[in-house]
Design a protein. Structure first.
Length: 324
């Protein structure tokens, strides 16, 4: 078959038109029920994105469904944990983390039946957890600190949203879940208690905004504006004069009372820009997004979530945060 070659000038014009077409579309961001992500609702309700001159649509999902939509190319960005960003990328949906919204500071919990007062008491017990997800990593960290290992407990694979019912049924002795599921478990089972939480290991779970690299390249200025709006949200939450309104907006998004939702926000360390920059610096261990992501990569490999080590540097771009 004879090939037709287009003149270079025409190729350039077509490429420019393609970029303009992309730029004309609103940026689509998937978000879900976690305080550091529900906070985006403040800017949505107050129309701060339009005021800032950026066209963006936020689409509400269940957490796993949001990652599936991103992987299917339906979204330009999605809110995820840093560990799940690696899983999403390893399975084919490239992404780069450009913003650290928060780290979990107590919302992720190991909740045990009455009579189990410590992690050491889990030895020989059944623990319901969604294997291969972040709750599993939290549990392993808890066991290690208590001088135990995964072999000392019996893991029961339970979807996170089913953990409260499974604990209440008595099928397991403890569960691992994040809010609102962890709080529901505590409410449903009288005398149950949280024997370990993400507050015991700050930085084990970072919550981020992960963007399609092509979108980031084509619309870099727009993404920078979105980050600027994010820190306007953070200021609104932290300002005593507007804090209650912020909580009310977030609570309304998920159908809870402001008093109930305030407890969830307390278990989430939403980061200021200076704090985020500090955690975004390269380093080892949970005090750095890089170190935490490396630990998550090791965990994912050990649990056969994927079979090829990920290039952590390729998943993190702090340049926009550093320019603010």
């Amino acid at each position: 078959m004879k090939k037709t070659f287009l003149p270079a000038a025409l190729v350039s014009v077509l490429a420019l038109l393609s970029l303009r077409s992309v730029a004309a579309e609103p940026l689509k961001i998937g978000y879900s029920d976690w305080p550091g992500w529900v906070a985006w609702e403040i800017a949505v309700e107050k129309d701060w994105f339009s005021e800032a001159g950026v066209d963006v649509e936020f689409e509400w999902f269940d957490y796993v469904a949001s990652m599936d939509a991103f992987a299917a190319g339906q979204l330009d960005a999605v809110t995820m944990t840093n560990g799940d960003a690696l899983v999403t990328g390893a399975t084919g949906a490239q992404n780069v983390m450009i913003l650290i919204n928060d780290y979990s500071a107590g919302n992720d919990k190991v909740v045990a039946l009455p009579g189990i007062e410590s992690v050491q008491d889990l030895k020989g017990k059944k623990v319901g957890v969604e294997i291969g997800f972040v709750g599993h990593l939290l549990l392993l960290n808890a066991l290690e600190k208590a001088g135990l290992s995964e072999a000392d407990v019996e893991l029961v694979n339970v979807p996170t949203n089913e953990t409260p019912q499974v604990l209440a049924s008595g099928e397991v002795d403890a569960i691992v879940a994040w809010q609102p599921n962890s709080g529901q478990a505590l409410s449903m089972v009288a005398g149950s208690n949280a024997i370990y939480t993400s507050a015991d290991e700050p930085g084990l779970i970072y919550d981020v905004l992960a963007v399609n690299p092509s979108s980031l390249q084509a619309r870099r200025d727009d993404w920078k504006t979105i980050l600027q709006v994010w820190y306007k949200i953070v200021d609104y939450i932290n300002d005593p004069a507007t804090h209650d309104d912020a909580i009310s907006i977030m609570a309304s998004r998920v159908g809870l009372s402001p008093d109930e939702y305030a407890l969830f926000v307390d278990g989430t360390h939403i980061l200021s820009l200076d704090e985020a920059k500090a955690f975004a610096a390269k380093g080892d261990g949970f005090g750095s997004l890089y170190g935490s992501s490396q630990i998550a990569d090791d965990f994912n490999l050990a649990n056969q979530v994927y079979d090829t080590a990920q290039d952590i540097d390729a998943y993190i771009d702090t340049s926009l945060m550093n320019e603010l």
